[in-house]
Design a binder for this molecule. Sequence first.
Ligand code: NAD
Length: 295
Amino acid sequence: MTQIGFIGLGNMGGPMAENLLKHNFSVAVFDLVPAAVEKLCNAGATSASTAAEAVAHADIIISMLPAGAHVRSLYLDDTGAGQHIKPGALVIDCSTIDAESARAVGEGLQARGVRFIDAPVSGGVGGAQAGTLTFIVGGNVTDLDTARPVLEAMGKNIFHAGDCGAGQVAKICNNMLLSILMAGTAEALQLGIDNGLDPKVLSEIMLQSSGRNWTLELYNPCPDVMPNVPSSNQYQGGFMVDLMNKDLMLATQCAAQSNSAVPMGSQAQSLYKLHSKQGNGKLDFSSIFKMFSAK
Ligand code: NAD
């Protein structure tokens, strides 16, 4: 049976590991927070008292950590868990981190005979719980094929973006575009409202016209236009402004390294930063609408 080591059992990693257990994988888990480990052990996981212990016997290691520094430290530090992974094992890092860190970790592990793919996710906490995440993978096809049964236990769609690091690049391109679409949609809706239009009517018109986009289809930012979305629930749940800010920071850093012009992404980053500074960091990212409506 495939032995899995899972590191990082937070809002995303916890439910992802639970779905592996539901698919009868044998999972050893570790997190710095003991309560998170205990919760998974109650669901059938094996408790590890260190990250090294969680990875030592694993065929596949999955990490779901906050940022690049955590992932680098886990796998590359001289005294880190990376030194305890057996050669031939496969590391799947699902955290959203900078592509440079993903490539450095991939190279560092490969030098020890350990395989690596980056597999950041889209779909949020709801997708992690429901097992419907989208995985955006960077790495070689053989390693992706090894990972596939494990990823399928946690998600619905699996994309191969390219070589190591490409999963991270594709993910931040998507999220940068999403932030621009959300801010632009909010801006257009408020322009209509300020000029006497009903936002429901305007949304329907734009949805059937050339302004159509994902936010109008599924995630309208104006309160009470759509049921069951964060904007109709005081912007609770969903994808936090501060997480969007993290992804926009990764996108603009990536653009600086590749000398790419991202004027729209930079604008969106400034808007979301200001929105967070005004106390909205924990709200869903569609709350950017409040910037235009000033309510
Ligand atoms: P989280 O803060 O809820 O969880 C992170 C977990 O990692 C925590 O439980 C923390 O204790 C643990 N951790 C940190 N350092 C560790 C270490 N050295 N060893 C073991 N455990 C350690 O974060 P999250 O919301 O689960 O997000 C995780 C990753 O997924 C991030 O990279 C985030 O950008 C990405 N992501 C999040 C969402 C979302 O909606 N929350 C959506 C897509 C992607």
